[in-house]
Design a protein around this ligand. Sequence first.
Ligand code: NDP
Length: 449
Amino acid sequence: MANYNFDLFIIGAGSGGVRAARVAARLGAKVAIAESQYLGGTCVNVGCIPKKFLHYAAHFSEDFEDAVNFGWTAEQPRFDWITLVKNKDKEIERLNQTYQRLLEQVNVTLINGWAKVDNPHQVTINNHSYSTERILIATGGMPFTPNIPGKEHITDSNEMFFLETLPENIIIVGGGYISVEFAGILNGLGSHATLIYRGDSLLHHFDQELRQALEAEMIKRGIILRSNAEVKAIEKQGQGLNALLHNGEILQADKIMYAIGRRPNTANLGLAELGVRLNPTGGIIVDQFYQSTLPSIYAIGDVIQKISLTPVATAEAMVLSHHLYEGSNTPLDYTNIPTCVFSQPNLATVGLTETQARDKIGDIKVYRTRFRPLKHTISGRDEQTLMKLIVDKTTDKVVGAHMLGPEAGEIIQGIAIAIRAGATKALFDSTIGIHPTAAEEFVTMRNVT
Ligand code: NDP
């Protein structure tokens, strides 16, 4: 057997790469990991974690308002963007160091720089070449921006985390996770946000009724929604920008942010030249154990464009490491993956939407409840929570759970376990609720709608 410098050479120290490095090293592999930017990848630096900090920050504006009817009076609250960015950066720096420590603890060799794959068993970084039995590509993705006139004026979601000032007026293009989350964040922090999306409604993978309810909540908060709209060009106009829409309209803003999906980071890695098959948008094509068309090269996470969520990347990392270094042959089960859009309020889901269930199962029962959260009966906020359960009529199994409301992500996480365990509606019904909570509604819905 050839004598390599490493058993596994990982390119990309994001959530997937770092998890694969740690698990493979613990299972006895000699591992190196290369990173050209920051440890922790998108999630830690320009994704989930800083986004959640911004989301918390944005929510305070509502909390201050809601406190009044509970008897609180305080000075008119003021928000300082720079304080938030500074504290966010400090915490992320701590997380970067934690990632480094975690890698050191299991003797993973960390190499800073841009890695290029020279041949199926060799990687070069900073003019040093390393031989390796296997290579794992975990380079993630980057925001995609369109090739329109004035594209140089676009701010992408990575840049949003480092703005020097909070824009007074912002246009956000896209109707997916990132645009919806940023619209809520910026609106909550005091910006005027306009969301422009090309379809009829936002978040088209989610249950239609919940998307519509979310749109209503966003409008109540003052976010301007422009459906069936597209920007064809951007022009500088004094200190601000003009967005020229397809229908001839011109909208003005200080910033124009795009979040219309992300593209895998596979350029300049040497992969296509070696014959690694990529899909038309650059995603690496892999089998169920993440092996590419070149047997010594594997890929996980956003770069394979399967499901671009951090917990999916880390799960893929674990499946792969156990497969390679422990002989495990259980592939990842991609069904019933819960997910949450950190909008105001949260939209979370697991399993089939009503439409998907009708198409796939046919005979279903739908349970729905819509109510004003208890807190808002006193705060006076006009906010509705909506919950839905989709049940297979033949088996009585709950095949989908959806919630729009405060902490929906926290609640749906628990419901996801029940659904994965195959819980029936009868089991939901026989579960005693925790009173008074919103979550108890999931075990007290009795009327089929
Ligand atoms: P999404 O895939 O969620 O949404 C992309 C949006 O952009 C859709 O509304 C799509 O419209 C629209 N779009 C695509 N191409 C164009 C175009 N050329 N012009 C105008 N609109 C266009 O992408 P995001 O960038 O929001 O997020 C990327 C991924 O990151 C997500 O899919 C998700 O996997 C992950 N993510 C997860 C989060 C979470 O778990 N909370 C948070 C943030 C990101 P249409 O629907 O018509 O195709």
